[in-house]
Structure formats: structure tokens, C-alpha cells
Design a protein around this ligand. Structure first.
Ligand code: PNS
Length: 157
């Protein structure tokens, strides 16, 4: 059985995240989506809110579960028995840092990272931009799942 671990801040989850999760749910036996406890960037949504949103939007896939981690990702990977870390890549600008992290993680525990190229239509999509657009009154309805759009609207007032 192959277990894939998809880590991230997910503040909030976007359609780009969902696309990667869906594709992994078809490629791997089990997928653990792991929310980092204290993202370096100040989070709009609490850890519990990010977990709830992810649980709602991934409920249709039986082999996807949501977890939460603090500390080293490789320690969490070992805890959940992950065989591989999966990251979505939007553009070459993502690549340098992602490559560096994947090599560090491999150095630390031997775990491999696989990269999934996001769909081109999600190439410009990021949680930060979604938060910006929503807080300034723009529509994010086609960029995030409905439940996330609603949560953003409530948060923006
Ligand atoms: O959604 P994000 O903000 O791009 O996710 C970043 C994340 C959570 C994947 C990254 O910050 C991470 O892996 N953090 C874990 C800390 C860690 O293990 N660092 C050392 C090895 S690179």
C-alpha cells in the first residue's frame, strides 16, 4: 500500500490544492493531507478552521484523510507511514525552493518527494492572492470551493 503525504498551509484550500489532492487520490492507495500548525505567514484561518475546510472539500474521496503537524515534516511522514511527499508545482518560480526542501527532507529521512504539475488554469492561483482579492471585495468564486468562498466572505465582512 502506498501512502502519499501532501503538506501545506492551506490558508485557505484552493481549487489548485483540490486538483492535486484529487489526482493523488487516484494515483495512491492512501493520501494524508497535512496542515502545518503555525505557518510562517500569519494565517487568516485557525488550524481547526483549515482542517474543517479541507475535511469538507475532500469528503468525496474515501482514501483521503486530513492530519495536522508541527515540527519536522519528515517526523510526521514517519508517524503516518507515508512513502512519499507530494507537492504541486505551478511554475518554475516554485521549483528552486521546492527542490531544496525535497533534498533536505531526503537527507533527513530518505523520503522522496514527487512533484505534480498543476493544471495551467491554476498556474496563477495562490492562497495569498485569493485572500487579497477577497479582502478587497473581488470574487473568488471560481478559484476556491464554495464553502471556502463563503468562509472568506464571512471573514472579509
Ligand atoms: O502551503 P505552503 O505554505 O507552501 O507549505 C509549506 C510547508 C508546510 C510544506 C513547509 O513549510 C514545510 O514542509 N514545513 C515543515 C518544516 C520542515 O520540516 N522543515 C525542514 C525541512 S525542509
Amino acid at each position: 500500500m502506498t501512502v502519499a503525504l501532501i503538506p501545506g498551509s492551506f490558508d485557505p484550500p484552493t481549487n489548485g490544492h483540490l486538483d492535486v489532492i484529487e489526482r493523488c487520490s487516484r494515483l495512491f492507495d492512501e493520501v494524508v493531507v497535512a496542515v502545518i500548525k503555525n505557518p510562517s505567514k500569519r494565517a487568516l484561518f485557525t488550524e481547526a478552521e483549515r482542517i474543517d475546510l479541507l475535511a469538507t472539500v475532500t469528503a468525496r474521496w474515501d482514501n483521503v484523510t486530513i492530519g495536522v503537524f508541527g515540527g519536522l515534516l519528515v517526523d510526521y511522514a514517519e508517524e503516518v507511514g507515508a512513502d512519499v511527499i507530494v507537492k504541486g508545482l505551478r511554475a518554475v518560480t516554485d521549483f528552486d525552493y521546492e527542490l531544496q526542501m525535497s533534498q533536505m527532507n531526503r537527507h533527513l529521512s530518505g523520503i522522496d518527494t514527487m512533484f505534480v504539475a498543476t493544471k495551467p488554469e491554476y498556474g496563477y492561483l495562490s492562497s495569498s492572492l485569493v485572500k487579497d482579492v477577497s479582502s478587497l471585495g473581488g470574487s473568488v468564486d471560481s478559484l476556491v470551493p464554495e464553502v471556502v468562498a463563503t468562509a472568506l466572505k464571512e471573514r472579509s465582512g
